[in-house]
Design a protein around this ligand. Structure first.
Ligand SMILES: NC(=O)c1ccc[n+]([C@@H]2O[C@H](COP(=O)([O-])OP(=O)(O)OC[C@H]3O[C@@H](n4cnc5c(N)ncnc54)[C@H](O)[C@@H]3O)[C@@H](O)[C@H]2O)c1
Length: 307
């Protein structure tokens, strides 16, 4: 069995070493395609792979067509919108993610962005503190739960809205559940986004919703750019000069945000949330273990596409 690591943005060496250990201990062979610059390189590398570990790499119909021996693709990370799930199902390929492995890294970055924003991007002027402020966690999944844990230490009042997570689970963590996204935005000084990009959530963070935030509201996005209705948010930030937006996913309209909202907007130059040594290692090794479990025992825990 051949397992391919196909990473345009490579794993840290220590993570590759860890993956190799798992794969070789199972008696499989490990192949590496790193920093590829052309899709043709990927199409060639996948030809004889039985399993592929990827990061933000695109697995589309063409790649699946080329990968004749492929049984499983594991996205080392949480979001898997870079994989064409329907095409994978049509090709009989199992797709998994490695949920939870980078959640703390993303949650810590959310607070990095939050503190930078409430301290006016370190421009020398007096800022505000997070302690005592109301934090709205929009989606109480793996990252959302880590955000809640950190927010408790800071002393924030924590609210959460999740369309699918039972309220009891939030209450058990000492979080105040609300019934709708609208209620969350109305109540909270800071809203931190942790929804996935789905048909339901794309463009859902719009003028009407964010405009419900109280004066001096702060929106933090470490989720996905697609969930933001950028035209709406730009218009709202023009109409509401009190609002701030900080994001780990550079908007398509980054230049307009930067120009029109000086001192109220920041984007990381590229997605940094999961970019820590720890997350890198955890997600890579989890991916390797899931591949071994799948190939040896048929374990499909963390499968994200239909059969
Ligand atoms: N910035 C980064 O580098 C980075 C890294 C990891 C993940 N992410 C993003 O963060 C998102 C969250 O990651 P996670 O690990 O917490 O995922 P997760 O799957 O553990 O949690 C997602 C949560 O969203 C909820 N949800 C789904 N649709 C919803 C809706 N319409 N309204 C409200 N809640 C809804 C689900 O019930 C679930 O609890 C990922 O989907 C990914 O897009 C970004």
């Amino acid at each position: 069995m051949k397992v391919l690591i196909a990473t345009e943005k490579p794993f840290a060496k220590i993570a590759v070493d860890g993956i190799r250990k798992e794969i070789e201990a199972a008696g499989y062979e490990l192949a590496l395609l790193e920093k590829y610059t052309d899709k043709a390189q990927l199409l060639d590398a996948v030809k004889d792979a039985n399993a592929i570990i990827i990061r933000s790499d695109i697995i589309d119909n063409e790649v699946l067509d080329a990968a004749k021996e492929l049984k499983i693709v594991v996205r080392a990370g949480a979001g898997y919108d870079n994989v064409d799930l329907e095409a994978a199902t049509a090709h009989g390929v199992c797709v998994m993610n490695t949920p939870g492995q980078n959640s703390n890294a993303v949650a810590e970055l959310a607070f990095g962005l939050m503190i930078m924003a409430v301290r006016n991007f370190y421009d020398g002027k007096s800022g505000t503190e997070l302690m005592g402020k109301k934090l709205g966690i929009h989606a109480y999944g793996n990252v959302g739960r880590n955000v809640a844990r950190i927010a408790k230490g800071i002393g924030m009042e924590i609210y959460a809205y999740d369309a699918y997570c039972p309220k009891e689970a939030m209450e058990a963590d000492g979080i105040i559940p609300v019934n709708t996204a609208e209620e969350l935005y109305e109540k909270c000084n800071v809203v931190s986004l942790h929804i996935p990009a789905t048909a339901e959530t794309k463009n859902s963070i719009n003028y009407e919703l964010v405009n419900r935030m109280p004066k001096n509201g702060l929106l933090v996005n470490t989720a996905r750019k697609e969930v933001i209705n950028e035209a709406d948010l730009l218009r709202l930030m023009h109409d509401r000069p009190d609002l701030k937006y900080v994001t780990d996913i550079m908007p398509v309209h980054h230049a307009e945000f930067a120009e029109q909202c000086p001192g109220r907007y920041f984007s990381t130059p590229k997605k940094m949330g999961a970019q820590t040594a720890e997350a890198n290692i955890n997600a890579g090794i989890a991916a390797a273990k899931q591949i071994v479990g799948f190939l040896k025992d048929g374990c499909e825990r963390f499968r994200v596409n239909k059969k």
